[in-house]
Design a protein around this ligand. Structure first.
Ligand SMILES: [Zn+2]
Length: 178
């Protein structure tokens, strides 16, 4: 996407947990944030492209041209959710602030979600939403932050590898690491 610009911390998204709490202290704060992301230059009706609308509620806008009621959440990950947007925003904060993206179990525990299945579903939706459309493949020199290989993981890997060639390759890799 040619018009994609990198978001700026403190302007486009909160940088710290205290900023997060300030920015998203209520449901209407969350709705306002979504509205700005969705229509950065003001409301645009998805049906007739009209740019004027009446605010019917914090979530609904009626297009003055075609009279259609447009939900700010329609077509978003949050459409039809029965949980507060604030909880979704807290989930996003959790997932994006964890070094390894968080886990369903962690999400369930931190947010007090009802069950593991719900947490897993949320995590799946958020991970899917974080994929930037039209992203290009990595190229040039690619640096990886860090990885952890060793101890029982290596032992278990060796136990699982039955193919002799793969085992030899693995042993060669291990010898290079230590
Ligand atoms: Zn319209």
């Amino acid at each position: 996407m040619d018009d994609y610009k990198l978001p700026i911390g403190g302007t486009d998204y909160p940088r710290t947990l205290s900023e997060f709490d300030e920015w998203f202290s209520s449901e209407s704060d969350c709705l306002d944030f979504i509205r700005k992301l969705r229509w950065p230059n003001g409301f645009v009706c998805p049906s007739c492209k009209g740019t004027k609308g009446w605010q019917l509620s914090t979530e609904l806008i009626r297009c003055t041209q075609c009279k259609r009621k447009v939900s700010i959440l329609a077509g978003t990950t949050f459409h039809g959710t029965r949980k507060p947007l604030k909880t979704w925003f807290q989930a996003m904060w959790y997932v994006t602030s964890q070094k390894f993206g968080g886990s369903a179990l962690g999400l369930k525990r931190v947010l007090g979600l009802g069950g593991y299945q719900t947490a897993w579903c949320w995590l799946h939706k958020l991970r899917h939403a974080m994929i930037r459309p039209g992203r290009e493949s990595l190229c040039g020199t690619v640096e990886i932050d860090e990885t952890l290989i060793g101890g029982e993981v290596i032992a278990n890997l060796i136990a699982l590898v039955t193919n002799t060639k793969r085992l030899m390759y693995l042993k060669a890799m291990i010898s290079l690491m230590f």
